[in-house]
Design a binder for this molecule. Structure first.
Ligand SMILES: Cc1ncc(COP(=O)(O)O)c(C=O)c1O
Length: 390
């Protein structure tokens, strides 16, 4: 049983076959145009460009923002490697920042301090990339003014957060530009794909140009820049449109799972859900799974993650992971922080130890909207069995 398997069925099949029969079996076409329009509308921005992956989206956005050698891009250390790799592709240097232990999102006080020190040192910062960790939006109310004061553009890595809200606005609508992912494990999938969304027509046009081999608008093939083959195929865009039409249904299912996990772990000492702080302190029954009300954050509940304090709980997150693995149920540790990755061991990083603690103490649980009742009952039964043995 997988953590977040693709949730596809008859509707996706219908959309795909229709696109295939239309004859548009190409990296461009009407399904791509419609998918871009529909995602932009859902996110609440004016422009979008569909691409072959979330990683490609990040790469293009950085290029469009002018990132390159001699410049710095600030990245949370707690993220999937694609965020940092996209920076390296441009020749810029990623500098890592630790996270808020409650949410796993970038620590804004550290970010502000780092931006100040980089300015004093005369370093050019091409962008800051906040990541909406496991679906929950970063603290944009604090991040955006800090970056605006430092005159640094924000590229939001919203790969995991389509459908989430923050202060009533959709994930993907924050910063100068945002990257979405439609990878197979994401909330909606095109099997592989991504999108850039923004109100900035120029940034999207530049990204579209670079994603299409930087071809000049003349009849023959004319190139003044190095481009990329990063467009999303028309067939996969059709799959994405079917998925997008089901997004609310899929969000509801993930939220329901999150609430069940919250109930299960509410009475377990030393366990909390990442990003969902307990209202009444550790061990109390009140766990807040906030739908978005003014002033709060509405997570798409992409992946539900528990954080286990081994002293209080008397067991480690990894032990529960092993118990579930023995029953063929997939779990994952929280992302291994970038500053602990061999490829980034020499990189600069501003650290408090929070990301490393989440890596040590976190466990991501099966959260996919495709998991049926029998499967979820088995997951919950297996967890209860584990807890009963402690
Ligand atoms: C935070 C984050 N950024 C970027 C990516 C890259 O997206 P993709 O796999 O579509 O390239 C992912 C997921 O895979 C991700 O989780």
């Amino acid at each position: 049983m997988y953590l977040s398997p693709p949730d596809v069925g008859r509707l996706e099949e219908t959309y795909l076959v229709r696109a295939l029969r239309s004859g548009w079996v190409a990296p461009l076409g009407p399904e791509v145009d419609a998918f871009e329009r529909e995602v932009a509308d859902r996110v609440g921005v004016a422009h979008a460009v569909a691409v072959s992956s979330g990683t490609a989206a990040l790469h293009l956005a950085l290029l469009a923002l002018g990132a390159g050698p001699g410049q710095v891009v600030v990245v949370p250390t707690l993220t999937f490697v694609a965020t940092a790799n996209a920076v390296v592709y441009t020749g810029a240097e990623p500098v890592f920042v630790d996270c808020d232990p409650a949410t796993g999102n970038i620590d804004v006080a550290l970010l502000a301090d780092l931006l100040h020190r980089l300015r004093v040192a005369g370093q050019r910062v091409a962008a800051v990339i906040p990541v909406d960790m496991f679906g929950a939006c970063a603290d944009y109310d604090e991040i955006l003014p800090v970056c605006a004061a430092a005159r640094v553009p924000v590229l939001a890595d919203a790969a995991e957060s389509l459908g989430s809200t923050y202060r009533g606005r959709q994930a993907g609508s924050f910063g100068r530009i945002a990257a979405l992912s439609f990878n197979g494990n994401k909330i909606i999938t095109t099997s592989g794909g991504g999108m850039l969304v923004s109100d900035d027509a120029g940034l999207i046009a530049q990204s579209r140009y670079l994603a299409t081999q930087a071809r000049q608008p003349v009849p023959h093939y004319e190139h003044q820049d190095v481009g990329y083959n990063y467009r999303l195929s028309n067939l996969l865009a059709a799959l994405g449109r079917a998925q997008l039409s089901r997004l609310d249904e899929m969000l509801a299912r993930r939220r329901e799972l999150r609430e069940r996990y919250a109930k299960l772990f509410a009475a377990v000492p030393g366990v909390r859900l990442l990003g969902d702080p307990r209202e009444d302190g550790p061990g109390a029954a009140g766990v807040r799974i906030a739908p978005d009300t003014a002033g709060s954050r509405g997570s798409n509940c992409w992946l539900t993650t528990i954080v286990v304090d081994p002293e209080q709980a008397g067991w480690r997150a990894g032990e529960l992971g092993e118990h579930l693995a023995a029953e063929d149920i997939e779990t994952r540790p929280v992302w291994k922080p970038m500053h602990l990755q061999p490829i980034f061991s020499q990189s600069r990083a501003v650290l408090t130890g929070a990301a490393q603690r989440l890596f040590d103490e976190g466990l991501t649980l099966p959260s996919g909207s495709a998991l049926d009742e029998t499967q979820t009952a088995r997951v919950f039964h297996t967890i209860e069995q584990f807890l009963a043995q402690r």
